[in-house]
Design a protein around this ligand. Structure first.
Ligand SMILES: *Cc1c(COP(=O)(O)O)cnc(C)c1O
Length: 436
């Protein structure tokens, strides 16, 4: 008789069978509800990581699950050779309600893939509107500590050495400038420049918000030099900053006065609420030169098998409609202010600064003080990873960014009570670390 087979622990299965591309935490969630998660042992966590700014509606949202179920029973996939009501309807919603600027949508399946469409758009634009000598313009300006995804072009666009190391030769045509340095940007434009790509709020790089001056300068330069202003709103878009359009939150009080119209915007993460999805909005034409943009990638020039499937579009439409009908961007703004107020009251040790907008918040740690803790030294971890691990053990999930930032990215429909609980857990955990 064979002995009963032992049930392998999830962490052992990862160890043996899953490529080690992530430094994974020892948390194994199996079920979620709203802002809460349960692991294999039934332990309950408060999720303020939100799947890295993805779970806009929280976990197991009935409207999202309902749309998924209903669409799966009618049509999941059919290919982009045909036309689906769900894709047409979602494109209209994104152009008219989310952007409110004439343009068109290209559908993809992830953030990196959405950005790929922007790089190809810029290359095409530069080929069609070349330099004086007839050669294509090919240079895209991107910024230090940016993150644009893990494809070969994505790591070339990204302004962080750690994502590029060991993957050369890099895709040419990207030049990095310091973020929020208006003078450097003005000085960088050459006759080879075809686009400026930036995150209005940098996420992975540690939550840095673009200054209104920087955004206005980028826009003015693109107008003047016939370049494309491309905004990566993959993490900061669709309500997280307190506004559907993240760059408008960054612009501040009266964004319409600034008159900034991008030429391309990429979305993923929060727009799908957890369904794998990416999309780009393409401006109808360049404001100044009137050169066509949205129709530049014509038949046969670009595509993807799954992008904008009936299933994806039905689910994402449900997510967007919930965000719009419930006023979740405004709620995110109010809850972001509430988090800041509660954190200020709580007087939490090691907390040096809070950066970000709405519910895209970075808690900046006193890196020196955390690194000096014997437990942090023994663990050999960065201050951010060490603190996130300690919070995980206290059953509050957060996301590290860079060496010294802990991100709070809860669902957009998070409640004041949940924020109170999270701040209480943060305070208790960091006070315990400080006392050790
Ligand atoms: C996450 C992210 C990406 C990459 O998205 P994937 O879906 O992981 O490919 C690109 N840009 C920004 C700003 C992101 O936060």
């Amino acid at each position: 008789m064979n002995p009963p087979t032992a049930i392998p622990k999830t962490t052992d299965l990862y160890e043996n069978y899953v490529a080690p591309t992530y430094g994974r935490f020892r948390v194994a969630p199996v079920r979620g509800q709203g802002c809460w998660l349960w692991d294999e042992d039934g332990k309950k966590y408060l999720d303020f990581g939100g799947g890295i700014a993805v779970c806009s509606l929280g976990h197991a949202h009935p409207r999202m699950a309902g749309a998924l179920h209903a669409q799966a029973l009618s049509l999941i996939h059919c290919s982009n050779l045909y036309q689906f009501p769900a894709q047409g309807k979602l494109a209209q919603l994104l152009v008219e309600k989310v952007m409110g600027i004439p343009g068109k949508i290209f559908f993809a399946n992830s953030g990196a893939e959405a950005n790929e469409a922007l790089y190809k758009l810029a290359r095409r634009y530069g080929a069609q509107r070349p330099k004086a000598n007839g050669d294509a313009r090919t240079e895209m300006l991107t910024f230090g500590s940016s993150f644009h995804g893990r494809t070969l072009a994505g790591i070339a666009a990204t302004g962080q050495e750690k994502v590029k190391a060991g993957f050369g030769p890099l895709v040419p045509g990207f030049r990095h400038l310091p973020y929020n340095d208006t003078a450097a940007l003005e000085a960088a434009i050459t006759e080879d420049t075809v686009a400026i790509l930036l995150e209005p709020v940098q996420g992975e790089g540690g939550i840095h918000v673009a200054t209104p001056d920087f955004l206005k300068t980028a826009h003015a330069l693109c107008q003047k030099h016939d370049c494309l202003l491309l905004l990566d709103e993959i993490q900061c878009g669709i309500g997280r900053t307190g506004h559907l359009r993240g760059w408008e939150t960054a612009l501040g009080e009266d964004p319409t006065l600034a008159g900034i119209v991008p030429d391309g915007v990429s979305w993923a993460k929060g727009i799908g609420g957890g369904f794998p999805f990416g999309a780009v909005w393409l401006n109808a034409h360049h404001r100044k030169t009137e050169a066509p943009i949205a129709d530049l990638l014509g038949a046969g020039s670009h595509g993807t098998t799954y992008g904008g499937s009936p299933l994806a579009c039905a689910v994402v439409t449900a997510v967007l409609e919930e965000i719009l009908e419930k006023g979740l961007p405004e709620h995110a703004a109010a809850m972001g202010a509430y988090v800041r107020e509660k954190l200020a009251e709580a007087e939490i040790p090691f907390l040096k600064d809070i950066r970000g907008l709405g519910l895209m918040l970075g808690l900046v740690l006193d890196a020196e003080a955390v690194s000096a803790l014997p437990a942090c030294q023994a663990a050999g971890q960065s201050p951010a990873i060490f603190v996130v691990n300690a919070l995980n053990k206290a059953k509050l999930l957060t996301v590290p960014a860079g060496a010294d930032v802990v991100r709070l990215l809860p669902a957009l429909n998070v409640t004041e009570a949940e924020i109170d609980t999270a701040v209480f857990m943060l305070k208790a955990t960091l006070e315990r670390l400080a006392a050790a």
